[in-house]
Design a protein. Structure first.
Ligand SMILES: [Zn+2]
Lengths: 199, 217
């Protein structure tokens, strides 16, 4: 690796820690910053700091938010009777791009995993139970990941929430659009069969 | 063409970069290996449900002598444990098997008997009423096959029932054990003793073991 002046080396090193950025990309970005005006660099630095300083968690749903309530909890056009439960705030982005879901969210910030030392008390489940206790929520859609951890979390939530009188549903799992059934494994196909719908 | 295909049990995965996974897996012929599964978290990937913990698979991978990590190419599922996910204790047991195996086994040293031990206790987990017996049998034999034979004679304060169970386990396959009606209390002292032995050999605490002490709900 070539030797760089210390501040430049430090920037390259910091950039390399970001996901998807290797040595070459880090160098390219660092040299771009070096050549750009001071204003651009300040803008970038401030944006990075603001993410840390000005964002917190939504009081209701634990989504990332710059105010007490996130934009979905504030939006009176969204259906308060339906709540979609996800593992991470980034999962909301995926659901929102479909423009098909008009309910609210609840972010658990993880999934049950004994192996990683994550039990129910480590997840943001208590707030969800409290929200349901207030009586407005009628359906909970569990959209945790289609992994062992995500499925175990879904099973746990269903057992916990059904006695509270809400409908609990699980997002469909199965064959990805555009793939060929020939290459799907038995778990994927059996989940797809389980989640079949009448036409 | 992949350089090698091994029958394997997936132990656990760790996220890497945006969509990759580091996978530790126990092969029948090469012992425990670690590899990178590129794009494994994307919907269309050549691994499917095969990388969930304790999936029994045929793993295709490239191995370069200079690298510690192999490159995983794809896997073909032989048997999945996904169906056990609705049973809490079976889930904890699977995580425990994975953690103990990963901690006890040295990298890249073939241990076919350990591989067969895992297959046997996975078989025994279904139906899940046998969780406690599978966990106890696995703990005893995991120690023994790693070269540490717990001294049953000097084991402190084991009940006579637990001592008898341990002695039978040392000479009988798990599926043929005489006691079939196990619950959480059965041989709990033996399990605790074995967990302590494992922890003292690996010189760290197991994350999953304390969960066995929780009260069943
Ligand atoms: Zn919110």
């Amino acid at each position: 690796m070539p030797d760089f002046a210390e501040p430049l080396a430090r920037l390259i090193d910091a950039l390399k820690r970001l996901p998807g950025i290797g040595q070459k990309s880090a160098q390219r970005i660092a040299f771009h910053v070096l050549r750009a005006g001071r204003e651009d660099a300040e803008h970038l630095a401030q944006a990075l700091l603001d993410v840390k300083d000005k964002l917190g968690l939504c009081r209701l749903c634990n989504n990332i938010s710059d105010s007490d309530l996130c934009l979905y909890c504030r939006d009176s056009n969204r259906d308060p009777k339906v709540v979609c439960v996800v593992e991470e705030p980034t999962n909301i982005v995926g659901i929102e791009t479909t423009r098909q879901y008009e309910g609210r969210y609840h972010v658990l910030h993880g999934a049950l995993s004994p192996l990683r030392g994550i039990g129910p008390e480590s997840l943001k489940i208590k707030g969800l139970v409290e929200r349901i206790g207030q009586g407005e929520i009628q359906e909970v859609i569990v959209a945790t990941n289609p992994t062992v951890e995500g499925e175990a979390t879904a099973v746990y939530l269903a057992r916990l929430l059904k006695p509270l009188g809400v409908k609990v549903s699980r997002i469909g799992m199965g064959v990805p659009v555009g793939s060929d059934l020939e290459f799907a494994d038995e778990v994927t196909i059996s989940k797809a069969m389980e989640g079949r719908r009448e036409m | 063409m992949p350089a090698r295909v091994s029958e394997a049990l997936v132990l656990r995965t760790y996220p890497l970069k945006e969509a990759d996974l580091v996978v530790s897996f126990l092969t029948r012929d090469q012992g425990m290996l670690r590899g990178v599964a590129k794009r494994a978290r994307r919907p269309k990937n050549p691994f499917g449900a095969g990388l969930e913990r304790l999936s029994h698979v045929r793993m295709a991978y490239f191995q370069r002598e200079t690298r510690e990590l192999v490159n995983l190419d794809s896997c073909e599922l032989i048997r999945s444990q996904f169906g056990l996910v609705s049973d809490y204790w079976a889930g904890v047991a699977l995580d425990y098997f994975a953690e103990v195996s990963e901690q006890l086994l040295p990298a890249a040293e073939p241990n076919e008997r350990f591989f067969r031990l895992l297959l046997a206790v996975l078989d025994d987990l279904q139906p899940t009423s046998k969780v406690w017996r599978a966990v106890t049998y696995f703990s005893l034999w995991a120690l023994r096959l790693s070269g540490w034979m717990p001294e049953m004679g000097s084991a402190p304060k084991l009940s006579s029932e637990s001592r008898a169970i341990a002695l039978e386990m040392l000479r009988t396959p798990v599926a043929q054990l005489s006691k079939t009606d196990w619950d959480q209390g059965t041989a709990a002292d033996l399990r605790r003793y074995l967990v302590r032995q494992i922890e003292s050999h690996i010189e760290r605490r197991l994350v999953t073991a304390p969960l066995f002490e929780q009260v069943s709900s």
